[in-house]
Design a binder for this molecule. Structure first.
Ligand SMILES: [Mg+2]
Length: 371
């Protein structure tokens, strides 16, 4: 299984709405920026990271895949993915310019493609290659009904539809208005509409500061919030540790963290309760497993960021012992050979060999962005 070619690709896929916003980001498309790795025996592995479909920065990632990692991989045995991860991540010149950011997003794409190859070579879905499923039923929570840009009426209608028509028992609502009282009003309306049995998580996407979060949590304490995600600036360990000590609402974070070292800092400070790694921002599946093991050793639940948007998290959540529930944002799944579908609030377990990361040919035809 020698690597014969490493080719980058870019897909800009439309969302389920014309556009969405959280407290920090506004987007119209999702960028699937990835690597196709071909072997001498004809196998093709696919892996990708996720972006805001911003072509200039997407091209930095594809340049890294093609020009920096490609020459290091061609001729190598694709099944040596642990050694190859170290070869790429610890390459002195590349480590010098980036232990996070563009080089790490590109590393994620390449690493996932190598795991996809390993599973295809074994003729097994990734969760089976890794050791089998821990559960028969992986529960989904719906984020796509809760964007900050949605009106209160749309928020209530979407929540009701997800619960009453689609079978979800969990939703996530974005918060982070300049005036947090607006968020309290929206959350009170959702809680009243969906009832006490539904789990409601919230997500501020790093918007607020510590005093704002403390006042907000005091007002939200009777709303039975399942977790408060990214309340403050992504890298601020001390403030998250202070909030975690001072509120009864559990803290969730991790989607903006690039390395196991960053996760260790938050976990050892007691600054996170729900650990949210993402294969597309960490250095792929290889580093995700290290983070999930770290969480397990600290008896903390793992809830991967952007759920099925990586396709891979469905496999990892069916397999890893620290996994619990998984996010659902159905923007990209239908462009893949094996979509990460949800039925009655549960993720379908993947059945095809590989990591479910192979795009459909028509996705390239219709949404491929060529340089
Ligand atoms: Mg989030």
């Amino acid at each position: 299984m020698r690597i014969s070619a490493v080719e980058p690709f870019i897909l800009h896929l439309p969302l389920t709405s014309d556009s969405i916003s959280d407290s920090t980001h506004s987007i119209t498309h999702w960028g699937v920026v990835g690597a196709k790795i071909t072997t001498t025996d004809g196998l093709e592995g696919y892996g990708f990271t996720g972006t805001h479909a911003h072509l200039p920065s997407d091209r930095l990632i594809t340049a890294c895949i093609r020009d920096c990692y490609g020459p290091l991989l061609v001729g190598e045995d694709a099944s040596d993915h642990q050694r190859l991860w170290t070869k790429l991540a610890r390459h002195p010149a590349l480590q010098w310019v980036g232990r996070a950011g563009i080089t790490h997003l590109a590393l994620a794409a390449v690493d996932v493609a190598l795991w996809d190859l390993a599973a295809k070579n074994a003729g097994a879905p990734l969760w089976s290659l890794l050791g089998g499923a821990r559960t028969e039923a992986l529960e989904a929570y719906n984020t796509d009904i809760g964007w900050l840009s949605f009106s209160k009426d749309a928020l209530l209608a979407g929540s009701a539809r997800a619960i009453e028509e689609e079978g979800f028992t969990r939703v996530k609502i974005k918060v982070g208005h300049d005036d947090p009282n607006i968020d309290i009003e929206r959350l009170e309306a959702v809680r009243k509409r969906v009832g006490s049995a539904i789990r409601i998580a919230i997500d501020a996407n790093g918007k607020w500061d510590l005093p704002t979060c403390q006042r907000f949590c005091a007002r939200a304490k009777d709303l039975d919030i399942y977790w408060f995600e990214e309340p403050m600036w992504y890298d601020d360990v001390a403030s998250h540790a202070a909030l975690a000590r001072n509120t009864s609402i559990p803290v969730a974070l991790g989607e903006q963290l690039y390395t196991i070292d960053a996760f260790r800092s938050f976990i050892s400070a007691g600054a996170v309760h729900y650990v949210q790694p993402d294969v597309t921002r960490l250095g792929g599946i290889t580093e995700y497993i290290q983070v999930a093991d770290l969480a397990l050793a600290n008896r903390l639940p793992v809830v991967p960021h952007a759920g099925e948007m990586s396709q891979v998290h469905v496999h990892l959540s069916y397999w890893h012992a620290a996994s619990t529930i998984l996010e659902y944002i159905p923007w990209i799944k239908d462009h893949f050979q094996e979509p990460a579908n949800v039925e009655s609030g549960l993720f379908m377990r993947p059945q095809q060999p590989g990591a479910s990361t192979t795009p459909l040919p028509q996705a390239f035809d219709r949404y491929g962005v060529y340089e």
